[in-house]
Design a protein around this ligand. Sequence first.
Ligand code: NAI
Length: 282
Amino acid sequence: MNDQTVGIVGAGQMGAGIAQVFACAGYRVRLHDQSESMLSRGLKSIEASLKKLESKGYLNNTTQAILSQIAPCQSIEELAGSDLLIEAIVENEAAKAGLLQKLSTLCHENTILATNTSSISITRLAQATDIPERVIGMHFMNPVPLIQLVEIIPAYTTTPDTIQAVKTVVNTLGKESVLSTDRPGFIVNRLLIPMINEAIFVLEQGIGSAEEIDKAMVMGCAQPIGPLSLADMIGLDTCLNIMNVLYAGFKDPKYRPSPLLVEMVDSKILGRKTGQGFFEYN
Ligand code: NAI
């Protein structure tokens, strides 16, 4: 049992996954979402994922024992005094800044405040708080229990001690980290999301069907999953938000979002989470 407590805000696909890996590593986890239904959906998805891993013999504890380490919290104040606070809410700068400001009032003197943002400036988010030296980006990848990497992004103000502490935490999860400078999209999404966006241009220009585009990249480039299936998994709203951050940050037209992506998000067709994206899901 790890003696550290981790508070997580946002119980969507990322927040739930992050809660799961910390609980598996023996941390005490407090999980909060502003929506009660998302909180219970998040807990159900953790249970389903743990059961699957347990049946394959991948867990070193029982599903029930791991679940008992995750405390669902109706109010954000219940996260007060956590050693590490991680936000994993919607990819919107104003929402994240407001939340981090609130979370910074719940910290003790050594609490580290991390954001799972995919692309937004950690330096600007840090400035929304009173503790910019202890704010850092911890970018987990989807699906969190399976992907080994966490990208660590210090703000301009983050201290070396904070960076080292977060590297150590990542190691306790059995994961690897890479360090990225705080630039729009960091390393992973600077490369990944424009590739997905280009695949959507290829689709809307009729160059290939969704199936052909994904097959081309899986079989032709040895990608584990095609770019359009991956967009559905990430969430089309999240992909669009990241393209908008890249476009606004670099002011370079090569980062303009595909009009089809914009149209699908405007139509609330967001991928797996809504059952429909470039492909259909039950
Ligand atoms: P999601 O839409 O599945 O979940 C977001 C959750 O945050 C929802 O349950 C919502 O109710 C909750 N929420 C929104 N505002 C809140 C607030 N003020 N207080 C408490 N809860 C609030 O989104 P997802 O995919 O989990 O993404 C979350 C973050 O993780 C985003 O910043 C995204 O860019 C990042 N991310 C997403 C990845 C992906 O593949 N989807 C991969 C890596 C990072």
